[in-house]
Design a protein around this ligand. Structure first.
Ligand SMILES: NC(=O)c1ccc[n+]([C@@H]2O[C@H](COP(=O)([O-])OP(=O)(O)OC[C@H]3O[C@@H](n4cnc5c(N)ncnc54)[C@H](OP(=O)(O)O)[C@@H]3O)[C@@H](O)[C@H]2O)c1
Ligand SMILES: [Zn+2]
Ligand SMILES: [Zn+2]
Length: 349
């Protein structure tokens, strides 16, 4: 089915209108009319080939919410009209140890990402959510709680699960003191989710103007990370820090902010490496640096249900599809409060 989309055609030019071919739904497929797609910083890294050279044309978009248009004959969990989501992956090998443990995001043979992966079912490369419709295997489709605003729920599919998964993995709860570095798309989800888990949250931001928002999202403390005195005052206070920053920076002051046995978890993936952290800063205090990549499908559904229960959604600025290039420019300046979401009704056919 020819389907309207927006694509990057090379690393430098603005994204523009494109038509992609979606496969005819098979027995296990769900055909989805896309309502909203969040704009993740990863879309920008990909579109500009910042991490590695990508195959163009590339249709980004991995924070997808829509309504089911049709289901294949084997599909029992979804029905026409239902509000559903698709995140960063649309398939995996299903047999490796990670897939067997519901960690398809760590599939050892490689998951099929929502965009930019070879597409074993449709041929060519997968094409993401900057598009009016898509067809996805039922095992990679999520149910969106109907009490959540569809536009605000879209960013849960990447920013939500990317922050929820490490918070769960490192057992964050009501006695935890959690740091969140970077108040952007991921950061503003991390604050809300960690606070809902009962943690006391400290936000590290380079933007003093975001302090009031950090508090209203659920943070107890805000530290301006460019203020050396404020960073020194935060030393030894936190059990766990989730770092969402999309650019290289000195990790040592953050490691210093950890208590003994604390972990600095990297989820932001800058295009070039961070300066190497001081080993001395880690050994004194038995501290760890960890990292985390999105989350598996089972945990993504758990996160959506958690957000439904706690009424957590992204704070969004809705844009037209043809405003995407300006949105990327603003994202690079940290000027997003706190997630752009594309209204797919604005896509011209
Ligand atoms: N690990 C995963 O699975 C995963 C999943 C999704 C995204 N990511 C990655 O996570 C990172 C953050 O994504 P996002 O969508 O949350 O991005 P975003 O909305 O642009 O937020 C990043 C925040 O980092 C802070 N920052 C400080 N210095 C910066 C600089 N020089 N350049 C850019 N940001 C700076 C800013 O917050 P302040 O103004 O508060 O300082 C900014 O708002 C990206 O690298 C993205 O690719 C990883
Ligand atoms: Zn993402
Ligand atoms: Zn696998």
């Amino acid at each position: 089915m020819p389907t309207a989309a927006f694509a990057a055609f090379d690393a430098k030019s603005p994204l523009r209108a494109h038509t992609v071919e979606r496969r005819e739904p098979g027995p296990a497929d769900v055909a989805i009319d896309i309502l909203f797609c969040g704009v993740c910083h990863s879309d920008l890294h990909f579109a500009k080939s910042e991490w590695f050279p990508v195959d163009y044309p590339l249709v980004p978009g991995q924070e997808i919410v829509g309504r089911v248009r049709a289901v294949g004959s084997d599909v029992k969990r979804f029905k026409e009209g239902q509000l559903v989501g698709v995140g960063c992956l649309v398939d995996s090998c299903r047999t490796c140890p990670s897939c067997q443990e519901n960690l398809e995001n760590y599939c050892t043979t490689g998951m099929t990402m929502t965009y930019g992966s070879p597409d074993p079912k449709g041929g060519g490369m997968t094409m993401g959510g900057y598009s009016t419709a898509m067809v996805v295997d039922q095992d990679f489709v999520l149910s969106i709680p109907e009490n959540l605003d569809p536009a605000g729920a879209a960013p849960l599919l990447c920013a939500g699960i990317t922050t929820y998964s490490p918070l769960r993995h490192w057992s964050i709860g009501k006695d935890s003191k959690v740091g969140v570095v970077g108040l952007g798309g991921l950061g503003h989800m991390a604050i809300q989710i960690a606070a809902a888990m009962g943690a006391e949250v400290t936000v590290f931001t380079t933007s003093a103007g975001k302090a009031a928002d950090a508090k209203s999202l659920g943070a107890s403390h805000v530290v301006i990370s460019t203020d050396a005195d404020a960073m020194a005052a935060a030393a030894g206070t936190l059990d766990f820090i989730i770092n969402t920053v999309a650019a290289p920076h000195n990790l040592d002051p953050l490691i210093a902010a950890l208590r003994r046995d604390g972990t600095l978890c990297l989820v932001g993936v800058p295009a070039s490496p961070h300066p190497s952290p001081s080993v001395m800063g880690l050994v004194f205090g038995r501290k760890s640096i960890g990292a985390s990549l999105i989350g598996g499908i089972k945990e993504t559904q758990e996160m959506l249900d958690f957000c439904g229960k706690h009424n957590i959604t992204a704070h969004t600025e809705t844009i037209r599809m043809d405003e995407i290039n300006e949105a990327y420019e603003r994202m690079l300046k940290g000027d997003v409060k706190y997630r752009f979401v594309i209204d797919m009704a604005t896509m011209s056919a």
